[in-house]
Design a binder for this molecule. Structure first.
Ligand SMILES: CC(C)(COP(=O)(O)OP(=O)(O)OC[C@H]1O[C@@H](n2cnc3c(N)ncnc32)[C@H](O)[C@@H]1OP(=O)(O)O)[C@@H](O)C(=O)NCCC(=O)NCCS
Length: 178
């Protein structure tokens, strides 16, 4: 399934859309992951394991109208076990950050989880990660703090947000494997 939703990508002037993550995306996804996360990036094997796991909504962000470029500009992984959903990971390539794609992708993930029966979404984020601002702006609330989980002074923040039909973003076509 393709979300079929194109949105502007800030200064680059391009547009992006979602595609379900498939095995042929994994190399590019893992390379992007390794370039983004200095500490403990997910390996190729971890992404393949996520692809094989039940109840996952795994999508890649690709340039709109450029089906064969092979470019991956972001990805998201949501694990749904209704009524709960876990945002396993979300990332946007540095060159397209700051243009609203991350917020859009999170909205799509929440909508997909909702459509798959989830009513609450959980996530965990480092206390020093600017992504915390994104989650707060999208009504996620801190639920628990694991002090020094990532080292001295760097906590793990567990966040939660209720998902309601009224808040469902438009244009969501979920593809959660079972
Ligand atoms: C988090 C991430 C997905 C956001 O993607 P993005 O496309 O840049 O996000 P947006 O442009 O939609 O920004 C949405 C909001 O996020 C927050 N935000 C994003 N980057 C930020 C930064 N560097 N500093 C402060 N706030 C930031 C802001 O609240 C922003 O809203 P605003 O522009 O209205 O102020 C992206 O920065 C990323 O991939 N980071 C590395 C991977 C990562 O840490 N993922 C989260 C793991 S828990």
């Amino acid at each position: 399934m393709t979300a079929g939703v194109g949105i502007p990508v800030g200064a680059s002037g391009g547009a992006v859309r979602l595609e379900p993550m498939r095995w042929w995306h994994v190399e590019a996804v893992a390379a992007l992951e390794a370039s983004i996360f200095d500490e403990s990036p997910w390996s190729l094997e971890q992404f393949y394991a996520e692809l094989a796991a039940p109840g996952r909504w795994l999508q890649v962000v690709v340039p709109d109208g450029d089906a064969r470029s092979g470019s991956v500009l972001g990805y998201v992984d949501v694990a749904v076990a209704a009524p709960d959903a876990d945002l396993m990971t979300i990332a946007i390539a540095p060159e397209v950050r700051g243009g609203g794609v991350g917020r859009w992708l999170l909205g799509q993930a929440m909508g997909a989880a909702l459509a798959a029966g989830a009513r609450t979404m959980f996530l965990e984020v480092r206390s020093d990660n600017p992504a915390l601002n994104l989650y707060l702006s999208q009504s996620f609330e801190p639920l628990d703090v694991r002090r020094d989980y990532y080292g001295s002074g760097i906590d793990a923040v567990v966040m939660r947000r209720r998902l309601t039909l009224e808040q469902a973003p438009a244009n969501v076509m979920p593809a959660v494997s079972s």
